[in-house]
Design a protein around this ligand. Structure first.
Ligand code: SAH
Length: 392
């Protein structure tokens, strides 16, 4: 036990979820803290009677402690090295760490890797690190050093990008180890320009890799609409899969610019691709003749209170696609809202199909890939869900 560590006492009986290894302490469970605890400090969590429960990062807010360990351990270099090594070992088992065709993958997925508040995506020789908690922010240099050691020469640069996730801390985006302009990464042999400086998330949506691969197999001779394309991920797989034409749509001009750039990287001068900067709902009103449509919108519900409206949004969006898709068409439709469950989403798509009076069969039920693992004690970690449906 670490006697220097500050302590937090739970209310009577509030240790139950922690005894089941759920990694969060909510503010309502806290009885009192000992001494002055600063934002991001590491604290020992104790029951009302003083029994040890967990060690974690303290932060004022509805999640007061993010648990790092259920053992009474010190959070030092050796701790970070061990956790990062465990994350690395899992990615090695997935065949991602030494893969000449795929150099973009997620190495650390927060709670899924027992590192709540931390995201690390690998893009070739560069790791992009994002903190979602003050504790992780304060530990960034320590973590970055251990990361380079654990990766054993596979990465040389660590870019820190928490401007959008911790706006109140005003952390500057930038390299904290090394520095490189080489930002082309590979996914299943396709090349992507990753804008880790200004792009969304860590610069690329690594989580659709497997679903993009599946789409490639359905693209032959089809007229494809990639709605909410961002950097164009699905579009290049469709082109490689032999699509007749591919139209990429996003409301962000920056996204369309990235998509055009990525098309040029992979299929220079290919006349099959066109990109449009437009609002999805408006664009879908005017379409005709597509027989493979991808709908991968941003999270419509960022919290539970927004669930009802979000489901209405998913229904409205999917109904538009069902109204317009050609007979024999295939729809890849997704939700990345964490509060929208698989059943909620399926029900929204069901309602949309019924509204459009189409005959619809589910071919695949999709989810996040293995490098975005779900901690079995933290089911909230399941966020990405998708359906592939065949429309007669
Ligand atoms: N499918 C992408 C990720 C999509 S992220 C991939 O595989 O990488 C969601 C995208 O939706 C963002 O790029 C955002 O700019 C875009 N977006 C948000 N609202 C939109 C709207 N109303 N119409 C069109 N695009 C929108």
């Amino acid at each position: 036990m670490n006697r220097k560590m500050k302590q937090l006492f739970l209310k009577k009986g509030k240790e139950e979820s922690l005894l089941r290894f759920h990694p969060w302490v909510f503010s309502g469970a806290v009885h009192h803290t000992e001494g002055d605890i600063a934002e991001g400090d590491t604290v020992r969590v104790l029951t009302a009677t003083g029994d040890f429960i967990a060690v974690g990062h303290y932060q004022q807010g509805s999640i007061t402690v993010r648990v790092l360990s259920f053992s009474d351990t010190t959070i030092d270099d050796a701790f970070w090295a061990e956790r990062l090594q465990q994350a690395f070992n899992a990615r090695r088992a997935m065949g991602l760490t030494d893969n000449s065709l795929t150099t973009a993958y997620r190495l650390v997925h927060g709670e899924g890797d027992m590192l709540p508040g931390l995201i690390i995506d690998i893009y070739g020789q560069t790791a992009v690190m994002q903190a979602h908690s003050i504790g992780m922010h304060r530990s960034r240099h320590q973590i970055a050093r251990q990361l380079v050691a654990v990766m054993q020469g596979r990465i040389a640069h660590v870019y820190y990008k928490s401007e959008t996730t911790l706006p109140f801390m005003e952390p500057e985006n930038g390299f904290i180890i090394g520095g490189s302009d080489e930002n082309i990464a590979l996914e299943n042999g396709l090349r992507f320009y990753v804008d880790w400086q200004r792009g969304q998330k860590t610069g690329f949506f690594v989580d659709q890799r497997d679903n993009r691969s599946l789409l490639e197999h359905y693209a032959h001779q089809r007229r494809v609409l990639n709605m909410f394309c961002y950097t164009g991920g699905f579009s290049f797989y469709a082109m490689r899969g032999g699509a007749q034409l591919v139209h990429s749509v996003d409301s962000s001009a920056k996204a369309i610019e990235l998509t055009r750039r990525n098309v040029e990287l992979n299929f220079p001068g290919d006349p099959r691709h066109k990109a449009f900067c437009e609002d999805a709902f408006k664009y879908l009103d005017g379409i005709d003749g597509y027989d493979l449509i991808i709908l991968d919108p941003p999270a419509f519900a960022k919290h539970r209170g927004a669930l009802h409206n979000a489901l209405k949004g998913y229904t409205r969006l999917n109904a538009k696609a069902f109204e317009k898709i050609a007979p024999g068409g295939i729809l890849f439709t997704f939700s990345c809202s964490q509060v929208v469950t698989k059943d909620h989403f399926r029900n929204a798509v069901f309602t949309a199909a019924a509204q459009a009076r189409r005959s619809v069969r589910i071919l695949h039920q999709l989810h996040q890939p293995a490098d975005h693992p779900i901690n079995i004690y933290h089911p909230e970690g399941e966020y990405l869900k998708g359906l592939v449906v065949y429309v007669d």
